[in-house]
Design a protein around this ligand. Structure first.
Ligand code: ZN
Length: 132
């Protein structure tokens, strides 16, 4: 699975991560699933309801609002993003425990590093990201 993420969107995730530090930023990824490709068209920043600083919990109202907004524009919520200000840009055990939806794209940011994973059958698989 390839992930298409335009440079301005990549910068936006990194900026949101910087602003939220030392807490994690989080939000939804809006876009389209195409043949072998997940195309991100916009970000939908969400409130992080987690109490701990090294966790994220997307506010359910924000998730629903993102879905409504995506559908209104002919897109879908295809994934989520969050940051790991104190750790590697890799899924944590908590991320794995919290992942439920097969085919959901996860972007994880830490500083300049931004990695993409797709959750499926209980594991995260790393994805190649490109700009087009
Ligand atoms: Zn995480």
């Amino acid at each position: 699975m390839r992930v298409l993420l335009a440079p301005p969107l990549r910068s936006q995730v990194q900026q949101l991560a910087d602003e939220a530090a030392p807490r994690e930023c989080c939000g939804l990824l809006v876009g389209a699933r195409e043949e072998g490709v997940l195309r991100v068209t916009s970000l939908y920043p969400a409130r992080n309801l987690a109490v701990e600083t090294d966790r994220f919990e997307i506010a359910p109202q924000d998730h629903f609002a993102a879905q409504r907004s995506a559908r209104a524009n002919g897109f879908a919520v295809i994934g989520c993003y969050h940051s790991h200000p104190g750790g590697a840009a890799q899924p944590s055990a908590t991320d794995l425990a919290g992942a439920v939806q097969d085919g959901f794209l996860w972007l994880i940011a830490n500083g300049e590093e931004l990695n993409a994973f797709v959750y499926c059958d209980g594991v995260f698989r790393g994805c190649v990201t490109g700009a087009d």
